[in-house]
Design a protein around this ligand. Structure first.
Ligand SMILES: [Zn+2]
Length: 269
């Protein structure tokens, strides 16, 4: 009997330990939010809410990330297919990330204009600009347009495997996070404020949209000629529809102030 109790106690403790592993790991497990189209979403416990109204006629500038940084530091990810699976790059002149960033940017402009948005894109054309403050870089142009009142968005794909975190909007450093930021974060995921200490783009009021990690199904669907156009189109529509719902403020969840939510001074109306 004594032995049995001892055994049962041990068994109970073992079960408790097992359970605690799951509880302890639950935030890790919930990181795997599978989005059928985009794969994993970022899970960084970001608490901001974008709630500033934007003008219904807000002009939008969209750019392809790394368009000015090929063959130098900051050229973007080559993706899982090229880096790990021995596939050929989509274009030998650029990383696969830039190749897809350009495709998505073009599709968003085309669909956005059709849907009535005042949207245009900027491409520096020169693929390697060493000085980030050169007036032709994405960051220089983006920062200038942002000051003029444009909503400036740079398209990216995140790295594969352990090098990347997943899809989501990296907000700019501002006290004016707005309804478009909120709508994009609801559709794609939400990176924290001051992510990596405030990236260069964020400091220049440029929003970064990580579409997803360049790996797995998402990358396969982009590379496969049968599914490519559909995949690009679905992503572009998701971006355009988010921008539209931000402008029209018909967000799926009405943002409410909750305990622990982070607001920069003045970002709650
Ligand atoms: Zn990137």
């Amino acid at each position: 009997m004594f032995c049995n109790i001892k055994f049962l106690t041990k068994y109970f403790i073992f079960l408790l330990l097992l359970l605690s592993q799951f509880i302890g790991f639950s935030p890790y497990l919930s990181e795997v939010i599978d989005d059928e189209l985009l794969g994993r979403r970022v899970n960084k416990n970001a608490k901001w809410i974008g709630n500033k109204r934007v003008s219904p006629s807000i002009p939008i500038l969209i750019m392809a990330g790394h368009a000015d940084a090929q063959n130098i530091q900051g050229e973007g990810t080559r993706g899982e297919a090229v880096s790990l699976k021995g596939s050929q790059p989509m274009d030998s002149m650029m990383t696969d990330e830039l190749f897809w960033n350009l495709k998505i940017t073009d599709a968003v402009v085309k669909i956005g204009q059709k849907e009535g948005l005042d949207i245009s894109s900027y491409d520096p054309g020169i693929r390697s600009i060493l000085d980030e403050n050169d007036p032709k870089t994405n960051w220089s142009v983006g920062s200038k347009y942002s000051e003029k009142g444009f909503y400036v968005l740079e398209i990216h794909f995140d790295s594969y495997g352990k090098h990347g975190l997943g899809s989501g909007l990296i907000p700019p450093i501002t006290k004016n996070l707005n309804n478009i930021d909120e709508a994009l974060a609801q559709s794609f995921g939400r990176y924290p404020l001051f992510f990596r200490g405030g990236l260069g783009a964020a400091r220049r009021q440029i929003r970064i949209l990580e579409i997803g990690k360049l790996e797995g199904e998402l990358e396969k669907n982009l590379r496969n000629i049968q599914t490519r156009e559909m995949t690009i189109s679905l992503i572009a529509y998701r971006i355009v529809n988010s921008i539209k719902s931000g402008i029209n403020k018909d967000l799926s969840v009405n943002p409410m102030l909750q305990e622990g939510d982070i607001f920069l001074l003045g970002s709650y109306q």
